[in-house]
Design a protein around this ligand. Structure first.
Ligand SMILES: Nc1nc2c(c(=O)[nH]1)N[C@H]1C(S)=C(S)[C@@H](COP(=O)(O)OP(=O)(O)OC[C@H]3O[C@@H](n4cnc5c(=O)[nH]c(N)nc54)[C@H](O)[C@@H]3O)O[C@H]1N2
Ligand SMILES: Nc1nc2c(c(=O)[nH]1)N[C@H]1C(S)=C(S)[C@@H](COP(=O)(O)OP(=O)(O)OC[C@H]3O[C@@H](n4cnc5c(=O)[nH]c(N)nc54)[C@H](O)[C@@H]3O)O[C@H]1N2
Ligand code: SF4
Ligand SMILES: [Mo]
Length: 899
């Protein structure tokens, strides 16, 4: 079978790397970075490199439509006609009885632009409700709101080339080394070429990004506005602002100046918990560098005053004229691959197509005209943003919700509330590619969607660049493209609601949708009238705006100092500092921070399918500063219960001085697929920013206490179908006080469990799930008095699986043996005397591509290797480069001469 290569785009982060997908006609067999793509020029990070492995099997995929016929019944397979007719009937019925605002859509920045466009038209144009919001509300809405308020329009004024051209880079609330790795590679290369380039990182944690900075401002969580106001105070005081620029191109400076007069560097530094001298250094570098670029992400946006954090940062750029020129500007890094595209089609509750406003009658008329429908059908009332939408579902105002390409039962704050909402809804539609996410159990109707490698359309990356996404293989089962599902259902809803009218949804393919969308942008700030699939095919990815007649898109906006506001001037905003919404207290003394890991993506429905992607961080944890741990008598690896006013969960403790004393950190990724709970959002706070309605997912007050769970179990099992094994074990998690699944080696499932008391009947279920039943190759040891049960199985002379329950001692050594996969030596009975098992301790893997572990790297450094030598001798950091920041960190902490 010959190899086909398909040009497409990575489906993970907003960097938007071009990929070349290799396939044999049926299966995806390999991937490479596209050398011609202007985002990555051939590079990929760990997640991108491992995409083929995520697509290797259909286990766990949603393959057929499934419908629940009565409230308590199991869902049953139905055909597409029945599924689509059901959505149409149920939605039409609820709309007739309760009005259009009784239904809602909750969609995603991971949909393609064409998918998004159809959903938006379905909700706003056909049904006449603005109740369509997206996970971008949890992600980019503070950035969007601030761009609009300050610059007049949404969308970064910058481009990726600015990374290479900047003299000073301010990372604010961005762990770019993990979250936007390929752009970070570009920055590393730039700094290697120009070492006098200054990097400032503003992050309460010492992340891998912070560890590489020239200056790390480890501010107290939530104090960014105070920091930026203090920096501006210094800039004004020292005459480092550009009065001519301010006079010619902005307004509102007088009011801002009055406000920041109070924010002396001393006072601001105290609020932030940093040195005054460091704040001044940051202001000096920012103000005196020929070009200053800021890169910011969720540390600013996910805050109850996230818009102000963004505005205060933009103030710095406007006051110093660090905008609209090469290497300068406020650059909001978008999280998801198509957060930008979603904004372009107006796919949120507070906007209309092509950056138009719901509240603007002229804008509504333009859209209605383009869609060929009466303007009265477009509602002038903004819809409910994500958190309020789920409150309304819980309260019964919204009766039906259609969820597509997002997993709210994991990713929204205050999961208890979300679960109640989904249980209360009359009708829940979940349109998913994978069948085992935490939201799927709530689905009355499950609609199977195609995903990366199988679907076709466009996405827009962080620098406003539109790239094609192309299908390399056929859809599995009966999965369908998202745009197709939305359009087919829309036609049927239209037939129910407006039997007379002609179809608003005539699309046969994504091209027709793209062209309609492009038509709506004509004359707008994001005009892509000059763009088509043919143009993308011929000329490759393009930046917007690209109006008819333009030869290229626009790399930088506002180069002439004319902004997208009514009077062409950018607006300063006087942003007073406000503390986090839920301060710590005697009962909840820790500040909970949340964020991302290097090799996992959100709810892990895709990255959680690849054992290799667990090797960097095999298990969940709560990170705490050594002093705090010591004061509480807590040790690394111990189980702790982390709890807010809303709820909590048990996690293993990690002791690390990367978090400050007083804060703890948990990764956002783990959820009910891998854990006995929905994850850290059981504890997080649903409080939102008053302007952007983005929730404060980064901050909550929690307490942390030792979890006294004396009954322990450790199980591990190899399987050629490790995903099938995971599906079998997953239902057992909920019965435990702590249980976590991890995939390790090539094919091994590892399960760690802790309970107050042994759950009844549970072990028998576990043995069944693991296929560890009595037989010639299975040995068992029982000590009824101590409540210990151990069972071990062999296959072809090698360890195949084991369960150590009641007393897990010796289990880890056995796990090492199992993972090593060597033929079993000596008597099998020795397996129950831990000393009888030879072990080489398992390593934490730093380099995913070459599977190089931490101790190996440290040993090499102790013997004198520097980072370049590590690359040449061990190979680590030489392929995708995702581990390079960590190699540098290990070097500075290990090398004798560096210390
Ligand atoms: N590996 C990986 N990459 C991803 C994703 C993923 O799931 N995995 N998801 C993508 C998506 S959708 C997004 S939105 C981006 C997110 O990308 P980032 O925002 O860079 O990632 P996070 O880890 O969520 O948060 C960044 C940092 O904010 C810090 N922080 C917390 N509170 C504050 C504060 O008050 N002020 C400041 N200045 N910093 C604070 C945290 O300590 C954290 O290190 O990543 C994208 N890329
Ligand atoms: N505590 C805390 N919570 C957070 C955050 C945080 O930093 N801290 N970050 C927030 C942010 S920034 C974000 S963006 C959200 C992300 O939260 P979610 O949107 O819930 O994240 P995903 O797990 O990526 O969900 C996407 C879903 O779409 C499915 N899918 C994949 N491809 C397709 C497809 O082509 N079609 C369809 N229909 N489905 C598909 C996947 O299987 C997956 O279940 O989480 C937010 N929640
Ligand atoms: S940086 Fe990594 S995850 Fe992001 S688009 Fe590129 S390959 Fe994909
Ligand atoms: Mo995001």
């Amino acid at each position: 079978m010959s190899k086909t290569v398909t040009k497409s785009t990575c489906c993970y982060c907003g960097v938007g790397c071009g990929v070349l997908i290799e396939s044999d006609g049926d299966r995806i067999t390999g991937i490479q970075g596209d050398p011609s793509h202007p985002a990555n020029f051939g590079r990929l990070c760990t997640k991108g490199m491992n995409l083929p492995a995520t697509a290797a099997s259909t286990t766990g995929r949603a393959l057929y439509p499934e419908l629940r016929l009565t409230r308590d019944a199991e869902r049953q397979r139905v055909d597409w006609d029945a599924a689509l007719d059901t959505v149409a009937e149920r939605f039409a019925d609820i709309i007739r009885r309760h009005g259009p605002d009784a239904v809602a859509f909750y969609v995603s920045g991971q949909l393609l632009t064409e998918d998004y466009y159809v959903f938006n038209k379905l909700a706003k144009g056909l049904i006449g409700t603005n109740n369509i919001d997206t996970n971008s509300r949890l992600c980019m809405s503070s950035a969007v709101t601030a761009y609009k308020q300050a610059l007049g329009a949404d969308g970064p004024p910058t481009c990726y080339e600015d990374l290479e051209l900047a003299d000073c880079v301010l990372f604010a609330g961005s762990n770019m080394a993990y979250a936007h790795p390929v752009l970070f590679r570009r920055l590393e290369a730039a700094k290697a070429a120009r070492p006098d380039m200054k990097w400032i990182v503003v992050d309460p944690r010492r992340t891998d990004t912070a560890a590489m900075a020239d200056l790390h401002l480890a501010i107290q969580p939530g104090t960014d506005v105070a920091l930026f106001n203090g920096m501006l105070h210094h800039l004004i005081w020292e005459g480092l602002i550009d009065d001519d620029y301010i006079g010619a191109h902005t307004d509102g400076f007088t009011e801002l100046k009055t406000l920041v007069r109070d924010y002396t560097p001393k006072m601001a530094a105290e609020l932030c918990g940093i040195l005054e001298a460091d704040l001044i250094t940051a202001a000096e570098w920012f103000g005196r560098s020929p070009s200053s670029l800021s890169l910011y992400c969720m540390g600013l946006n996910q805050s109850s005053h996230g818009t102000d954090k963004n505005l205060a940062l933009i103030n710095l750029h406007l006051a110093t004229a660090q905008i609209g020129k090469p290497g300068a500007g406020p650059f909001s890094l978008t999280g998801q691959p198509n957060a930008m595209g979603g904004r372009e089609v107006g796919g949120m509750a507070t906007m209309l197509a092509a950056h138009r406003d719901i509240g603007n009658a002229e804008h509504r008329a333009e859209v209605a005209d383009a869609w060929g429908m009466p303007v009265e059908r477009l509602s002038a009332e903004p819809g409910l943003p994500a958190v309020a939408m789920f409150d309304a579902i819980r309260g019964g105002r919204i009766k039906a919700v259609w969820i597509a390409c997002t997993n709210p039962a994991h990713s929204l704050p205050d999961l208890g509330n979300v679960a109640e909402a989904l249980a209360a809804a009359e009708f829940v539609v979940v349109q998913e590619a994978f069948a085992n996410t935490d939201t799927v159990p709530y689905a009355d109707l499950l609609l199977p969607a195609t995903t990366w490698g199988e679907k076709s359309g466009t996405v827009t990356n962080s620098e406003r660049r539109i790239s094609r996404v192309r299908a390399a293989v056929a859809a599995p089962g009966e999965a369908k493209p998202d745009w197709w599902i939305a359009a087919e259902a829309a036609r049927r809803i239209e037939a129910e609601l407006y039997p007379e009218s002609s179809s608003l949804f005539p699309y046969q393919n994504p091209i027709e949708i793209f062209d309609e969308h492009a038509g709506l942008t004509t004359g707008r700030d994001l005009d892509i009238g000059g763009l088509s699939y043919a143009r993308l095919e011929a000329d490759g990815p393009q930046q917007w705006p690209l109006p008819v007649g333009a030869t290229t898109g626009l790399a930088r906006r506002y180069t002439d100092g004319v902004f997208a506001t009514a009077d062409g001037r950018a607006h300063f905003h006087a942003t007073p500092y406000k503390p986090v919404a839920e301060p710590t207290s005697a009962r909840y003394p820790f500040h909970l921070l949340t964020g991302r890991l290097r090799d996992q993506w959100h709810g892990m429905s895709r990255t959680g399918r690849v054992p290799q992607l667990f090797s960097h961080t095999p298990e969940p944890s709560l990170a705490m500063h050594p002093n705090d741990a010591e004061r509480r008598g807590l040790k690394a690896g111990e189980l702790v219960r982390v709890e807010s006013k809303r709820g909590g969960l048990v996690l293993p403790l990690a002791v690390s001085d990367e978090v400050q004393s007083g804060s703890v950190f948990a990764a956002m990724h783990w959820n009910g697929q891998f854990l006995n709970s929905g994850g850290i959002n059981t504890a997080s706070l649903p409080k939102v920013d008053g302007k952007s309605f983005q929730p404060e997912l980064k901050h909550a007050a929690v307490r942390v206490e030792r979890a006294l769970l004396s009954w322990r179990a450790l199980a591990a099992c190899r399987s050629a179908d490790v995903l099938g094994l995971q599906a079998a074990v997953q239902p057992l998690l909920a019965d435990c006080d702590y249980a976590a699944i991890s995939l390790q080696g090539d094919d091994t499932l590892v399960l760690r469990v802790a309970c107050e008391n042994a759950p009844t009947g549970w072990l028998a279920r576990l043995f069944a799930a693991l296929g560890l039943q009595p037989g010639p190759d299975v040995l068992e040891y029982r000590d009824a008095r101590r409540g210990v049960v151990k069972r071990v199985g062999w296959l072809d002379g090698r360890l195949a699986g084991f369960v150590f329950a009641g007393d897990a001692a010796g289990g880890d050594a056995l796990l090492d043996t199992l993972l090593a996969g060597e033929p079993w030596q000596g008597p099998r009975l020795a397996v129950f005397t831990p000393k009888g098992v030879a072990t080489t301790p398992r390593e934490r893997i730093v380099c995913n591509c070459k599977q190089v572990g931490e101790s190996q790297i440290r040993t090499a450094i102790e013997r004198g290797a520097d980072v370049n030598e590590l690359k040449t001798t061990l190979g680590c950091g030489s392929v995708c480069g995702s581990c390079v920041p960590e190699l540098k960190r290990l070097y500075t902490t290990t090398a004798p001469q560096a210390a």
